[in-house]
Design a protein around this ligand. Structure first.
Ligand code: BES
Ligand code: MN
Ligand code: ZN
Length: 495
């Protein structure tokens, strides 16, 4: 799909479809009004007739227009013109993309860049349009014997209304984010027999081949053994697939600039280990590597955008399986940090692989460390599938992620990490237990990680509820790539 800039006036424009906004109360957007004059009041007539109200996400496709080179018009409702918020704008462009994809149109011109969205500029509008249309094109057909029917749309041009509007930058950023999301979705949707720790390592190596600014390093189990990663390796012992510790470094700033470090849980299949999960829905545990997928997507976007930052992605990757050599409840392992861990439930394996990766992260003298993990079912119970759980030992980092999340429409909600919760992780036999009991499971998981992150500013994103959808729409979401790229863009702007 190509995204271009359009600045041809509507009276001389030729396109298969023009996308314009209308509002409620029969109000037309500027381009709808121009089009109305060019067509002897056609738009007004349709509104008068009641064919479209103009509420948020209403759409109406007009299949034929006489006397113009505009072959079709897609009217999109944006509700009240003075009170259009970011979320409603996104909802409307999602609807527009869906309607357009049900046609045979191959190129279209979108005038929704012109709308005034509360607290946003036209760069943001353009970016959202690119992200929404790209998302609507995603189909996972890598494992079907015949490819899915292709959506015909291949070119979308975005109207530049004012020369001062940076629509082109919006397109560039939107494309990089959308490609990062697409990559994250693809590796996440791949099943566990394809997407193994070895596969993830190969993806990182491939990315480094494609981008000069990226370099990949893969540590094997023997290397991890030398580093004393007894916790990570204990999880991998239960599986025939060898664990990998993947590091992908993006160098876009001075060598001395401290990097932003992302650590992504790359559990390519979580059967629970000896504390085996129930069978129903277990297939979805192929998604237990969505954190690592988001690291890959985010680094790809950073490289595409040539961000003036240094960034490191660390991916501890393993399966969690019930082998004869697997961890047993009650086993005690020693982490790279030296803390001993009593494994009371082998299904709480994410923290066991992350803790060693978080210790390893110190080697990069990080500016901040942000981990992303499908860590707890408890986070889904607490926040549902709307907000990602955010926990942090630093208020500034937490605020920065919150603000990026507002801009990116990739929601987070902060959970507390008070010392009192640490009590729940006490073990009679080791320094720390790997589970904290029935209550506050997302928080006690965060507390567990916090024991390994005391030396730097750190945030933890529990994406268990947000990284994929279940049911009929089962599939990866690519979250939190939009949030993380926005965080990076904000950091780049501040630098
Ligand atoms: N990967 C799961 C968390 C998960 C479960 C994410 C369901 C999304 C949907 C994690 O490894 C896990 O199994 N966590 C346990 C922890 C418990 C044993 C303390 C959980 O949440 O049940
Ligand atoms: Mn588990
Ligand atoms: Zn897991």
């Amino acid at each position: 799909m190509d995204y271009l800039l359009a600045n041809t006036p509507l009276d001389s424009l030729a396109t298969e479809c023009l996308i314009v906004a209308i509002h409620n109360n029969k109000q037309l957007s500027a381009s709808a009004s121009t089009l109305d004059s060019l067509t002897d009041g056609l738009i007004t007539k349709l509104i008068e007739r009641g064919d479209i109200k103009g509420e948020v996400a209403d759409t109406l496709l007009i299949n034929y227009l006489p006397k113009t080179n505009i072959q079709r018009v897609l009217l999109v409702g944006l509700g009240d013109a003075d009170q259009l918020n970011a979320k409603d704008f996104r909802k409307a462009i999602d609807a527009a993309a869906k309607t357009l994809n049900s046609t045979s149109v191959s190129n279209a011109v979108c005038c929704l860049t012109e709308s005034s969205v509360t607290n946003q500029d036209r760069l943001w509008n353009a970016r959202q349009i690119v992200e929404a249309f790209s998302a609507s094109l995603y189909q996972f057909d890598a494992c079907k014997s015949k490819p899915a029917d292709k959506i015909t749309l291949t070119q979308l041009s975005l109207c530049q209304i004012d020369t001062s509007d940076d629509v082109q930058t919006g397109i560039t950023q939107g494309t990089a984010i959308a490609q990062g999301v697409k990559l994250a979705k693809h590796v996440s949707d791949l099943p566990g027999n394809f997407c193994t720790p070895t596969y993830l390592a190969e993806q990182a190596v491939d990315m480094a081949k494609q981008h000069k600014s990226l370099s990949a390093t893969i540590l094997e189990e023997a290397d991890m053994q030398k580093l004393g990663m007894g916790s990570l390796l204990s999880v991998s012992r239960g599986s025939r697939q060898p664990a990998k510790l993947i590091t992908l470094e993006y160098n876009g700033a001075d060598k001395e600039a401290k990097p932003i470090v992302f650590v992504g849980k790359g559990l390519t299949f979580d059967a629970g280990g000896i504390s085996l999960k129930p069978g129903a829905g277990m297939d979805e545990m192929k998604y237990d590597m969505c954190g690592s997928a988001a690291v890959l997507g985010t680094l790809q976007a950073a490289a595409e955008l040539n961000l003036p930052l240094n960034i490191v992605g660390i991916i501890p990757s393993s399966e969690n399986m019930p082998d004869g050599d697997a961890n047993k409840p009650g086993d005690i392992v020693t982490s790279m940090a030296g803390l001993t861990i009593e494994i009371l439930n082998t299904d709480a394996e994410g923290r066991l692989i992350l803790c060693d990766a978080l210790t390893y992260a110190k080697k990069f003298t990080p500016d901040v460390v942000i981990d992303l993990a499908t860590l707890t079912g408890a986070c889904m119970v607490a926040l549902g599938q709307i907000n990602t759980g955010l926990m942090s030992n630093d208020d500034n980092l937490s605020a920065a992620l919150n603000s990026a999340s507002d801009t990116a429409l990739d929601k987070v909600w902060r959970l507390p990490l008070d010392d009192e919760y640490q009590e729940q992780l006490k073990s009679n036999f080791a320094d720390i237990a790997n589970i904290g009991g029935r209550f506050g499971g997302a928080i006690t998981a965060g507390c567990f990680l916090s024991r390994f992150t005391e030396d730097y500013q750190w945030a933890h994103l529990d994406i268990a509820g947000t990284a994929w959808k279940s049911g009929d729409a089962k599939g990866a979401t690519g979250r939190p790539v939009p949030l993380l790229v926005q965080y990076l863009l904000n950091r780049a702007n501040a630098a």
